[in-house]
Design a protein. Structure first.
Length: 364
């Protein structure tokens, strides 16, 4: 239990006893106004959460503490609702953050939608900000396929917040995360289920594809130069940057690997953000880079982990306890890592505030 993370919600401390991550918001679940142009149909209000038979069925049953998946039946011609859990909630802060992350996709639309979704953004943001409570509670019930029809587990709610999150999310690039929480100051209480919506990293507003400048334009070279020359200058800049990062930080602080063939010079403030801000100094500043092996580069680049100015490792809640254990990381240890944090503070602060997927103040 010592490796279980703790979070703070409305000033109260909870232990994350389990989680389900990375449940993609498929187009079939999305309300009609947000649908992609390639798909048809109005969407269904039930959300797929896994299979209730086979290898993963025990984990699903244990997570929701519910055994009778798929046993729906009629009574007097009406489906009888089997309540799975009553203690579920969305966070107003999470919904606002999702919309802030998705702002540029709403406005510029890298995906091809049926409608111009930019006209919906301000109204939806205002609707979320007007929610009276920080925790919006709801219950979920079982609308799964019967065992003979595929054993796919689905949940649904008739509460208003369920319709709201279907209205907000964008298909294919949004995910549902569910944290199973237990209050730390009370024993033998029923768990809470914290539903969060997240946006795929590359569509977040800070590095949205529509913001991406042509790399050629980010380097001060004449317009009539050939693309081969431009590419060569770009590669030269990246090569020098990588060399300086590894000279300053010669091994990955997690694995202690020092083989340059494996190390990645991972930007702290993302390269594309620096280019979009026309800040070439930051883009190629060796202090804006950490030498990491590939797995830890991915964890850092996607905002699953971050660092304090002291070098202390901070793990977010976007990965399950099982995944942290397989990565051989205790998310509560907050070990000081040898990242040479001196002179990196502005870059580290940017990462904590803009790349890291959790709010640092919510972690204990």
């Amino acid at each position: 239990m010592t490796n279980l993370q703790k979070v703070k919600i409305e000033g109260k401390e909870y232990t994350v006893v389990d989680s389900i991550q990375n449940l993609r918001a498929e187009d079939s679940f999305i309300q009609n106004k947000n649908k992609l142009d390639m798909y048809r149909g109005n969407g269904e209000a039930r959300k797929y959460v896994g299979s209730y038979t086979g290898d993963n069925s025990t984990a699903l049953r244990d997570f929701f503490e519910y055994e009778t998946w798929g046993n729906r039946y009629h009574r007097d011609g009406v489906w009888v609702k089997h309540i799975i859990q009553k203690n579920c909630f969305f966070s107003k802060a999470n919904l606002v953050k999702y919309l802030e992350d998705a702002r540029l996709e709403y406005q510029l639309q890298e995906q091809v939608y049926k409608n111009d979704i930019s006209s919906f953004y301000e109204e939806r943001l205002a609707k979320v900000k007007k929610l009276e409570s920080e925790k919006i509670r709801f219950s979920i019930y079982d609308v799964s396929d019967s065992e003979g029809s595929g054993s796919r587990a689905y949940i649904r709610s008739d509460d208003a917040i369920w319709q709201l999150w279907r209205e907000l999310v964008l298909p294919k690039i949004s995910y549902l995360s569910i944290l199973k929480l237990q209050a730390t100051d009370i024993t033998n209480t029923e768990p809470l289920y914290y539903f969060r919506i997240l946006l795929d990293y590359q569509f977040r507003s800070i590095i949205h594809p529509k913001l991406s400048l042509d790399i050629d334009e980010s380097i001060d070279i004449e317009q009539n130069e050939s693309s081969l020359i431009k590419d060569a200058k770009y590669r030269e800049g990246q090569s020098k940057y990588r060399k300086k990062v590894i000279e300053y930080m010669p091994q990955c602080p997690f694995t202690k690997v020092s083989d340059e063939r494996i190390l990645i010079a991972s930007h702290i403030k993302p390269y594309q953000v620096c280019i979009n801000e026309n800040d070439l100094n930051a883009a190629y500043d060796y202090l804006n880079g950490l030498a990491l092996t590939p797995t830890y580069d991915k964890l850092f680049d996607r905002g699953f982990i971050t660092f304090l100015d002291t070098g202390e490792l901070i793990c977010g809640t976007q990965l399950s306890p099982y995944t942290w254990s397989k990565l051989n990381i205790n998310p509560n240890a907050r070990n000081k890592m040898r990242i040479y944090p001196e002179e990196r503070t502005s870059y580290l602060e940017y990462h904590r505030l803009n790349v890291f997927q959790d709010n640092l103040d919510d972690l204990i």
